[in-house]
Design a protein around this ligand. Structure first.
Ligand SMILES: [Zn+2]
Length: 410
């Protein structure tokens, strides 16, 4: 049995599957994981010390999961936590024919910003903590937290501090992204907010060590490629990688701009151009796919096969947020990614583990089952990983371990 106090332990399961190769894994090569039958994993001080045949395990009395499949813990590399409150009425209004753009005035991002501003810090944490625990129940061992519901200098700083507090109380490893340009604050010109974001917000966040990356929402209802360039420059000066919400509601050329700027990721990509696909294939920018939000928005899928075949590094995440994707389950994201976006199950595994860890800069400590990495692992009630996308709605997670510490047993 795992010993939580010493963070030492071992498990045995019927099979193990993990991505291999340097991160990020590009294109179709992600279909070549390591697959072991009758497998064992051992760890000490939270780090993996052995991965291999169960009969070679160095530790005695491992915990046995008969019929279980061990995989690396899921890394959710695109979420909008912390937030407060749901917007299911907007979902219903969209089902009746309203567009996301039409609701983006008083509703949408602005509404979540208002709800967050009306909540005390403790209230916000009390809303978010059960959600990150529910993510652990679905196998998430590391995740991104994001700001963007502040919409003023002070409120963005407050949300970033709140994110750091949530990170310290969550069972998982969390990174924080400053979504410096999400929606133009009411009563302010777009270029004025971009100036505040670049000259005041990013330097203040960097000085306080509140964020690990900076993000920009490029869209006709939000910010331009010119704004992305300005924010990327400010982020680079602050030593922070840049990410980008790209080509979600319509084509803008954001993907190729993100690659040209050396962005860590371009996310969404529903309307990415051919040039964008070609850029992602050769650049150092991961394509982060968010099919749950596309599904709930009834959007169209990106050209995923073209991206994979061209050699792009693909990651897959939930986009967990109250407006467009109230989905926090990575197994659900895998199901959407396979059944609708056309990823193979093994591509989806790499996209939700090693490549997602690379997007967050965590690939040296998590994302695959390798000696020396954190013992972040999930045991699934499945013979093969394909069982996960095959059974959407079913939670396949039997156990979740973060750094060898048991956080979920079902
Ligand atoms: Zn997002």
């Amino acid at each position: 049995m795992p010993e939580p106090s010493s963070r030492r332990g071992a498990i045995v399961a019927s099979a193990l599957v993990t991505p291999t190769g340097p991160a990020p894994v590009r294109g179709r090569s992600s279909a070549e994981p390591l697959v072991l039958r009758d497998a064992g994993v051992a760890w000490e001080d939270g780090a993996i010390t052995y991965v291999g045949p169960a009969d070679g395990l160095p530790a005695s009395s491992p915990e046995v999961f008969e019929g279980g499949l061990v995989v690396p813990g899921f890394v959710d590399c695109h979420t909008h936590l912390p937030f407060v409150g749901w917007r299911d009425d907007e979902f219903e209004t969209r089902l009746a024919g309203a567009t996301y753009r039409a609701l983006h005035g008083e509703g949408g991002i602005y509404r979540s910003a208002r709800l967050l501003s009306e909540a005390e810090d403790e209230e916000a944490l009390a809303f978010c903590l059960p959600l990150v625990r529910e993510m652990a129940e679905h196998g998430t061992t590391a995740l991104e937290l994001k700001t963007g519901y502040g919409l003023s200098l002070e409120a963005e700083l407050r949300q970033a501090r709140l994110a750091r507090r949530l990170a310290s109380e969550a069972p998982q490893a969390c990174t924080v992204t400053l979504l410096a340009a999400h929606a133009v604050p009411h009563g302010m010109a777009r270029e004025d907010w971009v100036r505040v974001a670049c000259r005041e917000l990013i330097p203040a966040v960097a000085a306080e060590g509140l964020a690990d990356a900076v993000d920009v929402y490029v869209e006709d209802i939000a910010f331009s490629i010119e704004d992305l360039r300005a924010v990327a420059e400010a982020a680079a000066e602050a030593g922070l990688p840049i990410r980008c919400h790209a080509d979600q509601l319509g084509p803008s050329g954001a993907a190729e701009a993100a690659v040209a700027l050396g962005a860590r990721s371009a996310d969404h990509l529903n309307h990415v151009s051919r040039e964008g696909v070609e850029a992602l294939a050769i650049g150092d920018t991961a394509a982060v796919l968010l099919p749950a939000s596309s599904f709930l928005m009834r959007g169209s899928p990106p050209p995923v096969r073209a991206m994979a075949e061209a050699g792009a590094a693909i990651a897959l995440a939930t986009d967990f947020n109250p407006g467009t994707s109230a989905v926090l389950s990575m197994p659900e994201a895998v199901a959407f990614g396979c059944a609708w976006y056309g990823l193979t199950p093994h591509e989806a595994l790499t996209a939700t583990t090693l490549n997602a860890a690379w997007v967050l800069g965590l690939h040296e400590r998590t994302g695959s089952l390798e000696v020396g990495k954190d013992a972040d692992l999930v045991v699934l009630d499945a013979e093969a990983f394909r069982r996960v996308p095959y059974r959407p709605g079913h939670n396949p997670v039997l156990a979740t371990l973060v750094g060898g510490r048991s956080v979920v047993r079902r």
